[in-house]
Design a protein around this ligand. Structure first.
Ligand code: HEC
Ligand code: HEC
Length: 380
């Protein structure tokens, strides 16, 4: 085939046309630069919570980032078959758990752990029951790729979002780039999850001097925070030793917030934290979660073994199992008041157990579970 150079006039025409196209592009670019940069979002922690937390310097809050994160959190297309979103196993009405012992993933197969409440995560530094993620950015991609949970390879997640005009625009307004990446998905999800702050329970109001507790609730509160001293007769439930306060589990330094709370005897201990640290002394230790909204998040423990708070209290009071890593705070509190070779007793009365449960019920925050900003944006 013969190739002809285009005649000079045509070249000029071409140049003219490309010049016009260039102008148009430049014009649209200068319009683009007028598209608003992401708007910084000022995160204001409740005054009685304190500011002992870090926001990663490369993922500061923006209004657009949080909104994108919320959409991604409820986006079922981030699962292989389009049927499961983060919100399936983390439902707002249940303080972001799902009410099941184990959760159903993409093929209705079950997870091997119970879903966790998502609340006040900003004050946490270890995530999952065994603490295997140290930032929410690191945590948030795991369920997407997990074969049981959402089972979507991350490059496919990126591809699906890139094929959506709406998400392309949202990523652009949140992160000022046309290129969607797994890293940015993680950042947006983390921003949204950091906004899930619960601070308006009856107990908060009491702490702020804006409300009263009943006598029973007060008794429960005192027992909750008292480390018993059997030798002097001081009674207590010992709970506050590990569930340090209603905010966090004191997990900021190392793995301090991880304990063996006596669920199993030596032979039945699961790995727990040991699967992360590889230390035998960490066998059977799990994250002591925040007890905020605990009345809404049954069943309880990493394997959802207790259906009610009554069962939880029976456990701590009468069913603690002895093992080599049983937390010293528990063995100390019970003064090794043994029920059998394998069990120790805390020795609370039924009335005291009821009082602790009454106190736990004051940790429910109705504003948190009805806050529009946390709700599913795809639900009319
Ligand atoms: C199929 C159910 C399911 C889905 C879907 C799911 N999760 Fe979870 N989530 C769980 C379970 C179960 C755990 C505890 C897992 C463990 O510790 O091994 C958990 C734990 C977490 C934690 C740790 C909380 C803490 O206090 O340590 C966070 C955060 C979280 N999920 C966020 C997400 C996000 C974000 C998504 C979507 C990208 C998601 N989850 C999707 C079931 C699910
Ligand atoms: C030695 C530390 C320790 C003490 C003391 C302790 N806990 Fe726990 N608690 C934990 C740990 C660790 C877990 C998670 C264990 C697991 O799932 O394997 C937990 C789990 C729970 C849960 C279930 C949380 C959930 O989201 O499923 C409740 C409720 C609870 N504790 C209440 C109490 C009460 C009430 C007391 C006092 C009577 C108490 N705890 C004393 C460490 C402790």
């Amino acid at each position: 085939m013969e190739f002809h150079f285009p005649p000079v006039a045509d070249v000029m025409k071409l140049r003219f046309v490309s010049y016009i196209i260039l102008l148009l592009i430049l014009g649209s670019c200068s319009e683009d630069t007028q598209i608003q940069a992401p708007t910084a979002y000022e995160f204001v922690p409740p005054a009685h919570f304190g500011d002992n937390f870090d926001i990663p310097s490369d993922n500061s809050f923006t209004i657009q980032g949080i909104e994108l994160g919320r959409n991604l959190f409820y986006e079922k297309n981030l699962s292989r078959n389009g049927q499961v979103s983060c919100g399936s196993c983390h439902q707002q009405s249940k303080a972001f758990t799902d009410g099941s012992k184990f959760s159903k993933g993409v093929d209705r197969e079950l997870t091997d752990k119970s879903s966790m409440a998502l609340v006040n995560l900003v004050w946490n530094t270890k995530f999952f029951w065994d603490g295997r993620a140290v930032t929410l950015e690191e945590q948030s991609l795991q369920p997407i790729a997990d074969h049981i949970e959402m089972d979507l390879p991350l490059d496919e997640a990126v591809e699906r979002l890139t094929n959506s005009e709406s998400y392309k625009q949202q990523f652009f307004s949140a992160f000022e780039t046309d290129e969607i990446t797994a890293d940015l998905i993680a950042k947006a999800l983390a921003q949204f999850m950091r906004t899930l702050v619960s601070s308006n329970s009856k107990y908060d109001q009491f702490l702020l001097g804006q409300g009263e507790l009943t006598e029973q609730e007060k008794l429960g509160m005192n027992l909750f925070f008292t480390h018993p001293e059997p030798s002097t007769g001081l009674r207590g439930g010992n709970c506050g030793d590990c569930h340090l306060n209603i905010l966090t589990s004191g997990d900021r330094e190392g793995y301090q917030g991880f304990h063996n709370n006596g669920l199993d005897t030596e032979n039945n201990l699961e790995e727990g934290l040991m699967s992360v640290t590889a230390k035998a002394e960490d066998k059977g230790k799990f994250k002591a979660p925040s007890l905020r909204n605990i009345a809404l998040t049954a069943p309880y423990m990493h394997d959802g073994r207790f259906a009610t708070l009554d069962e939880v209290l029976d456990h701590y009071n009468e069913e603690i199992r002895i093992s080599s890593t049983l937390d010293v705070l528990i063995s100390d509190a019970t003064n090794l008041n043994t029920k059998s070779d394998e069990q120790v007793l805390l020795g609370l009365t039924d009335e005291e157990k009821e009082a602790i449960i009454a106190f736990l019920n004051t940790l429910t925050d109705d504003e948190f579970i009805s806050n529009e900003a946390f709700s599913n944006p795809f639900r009319p």
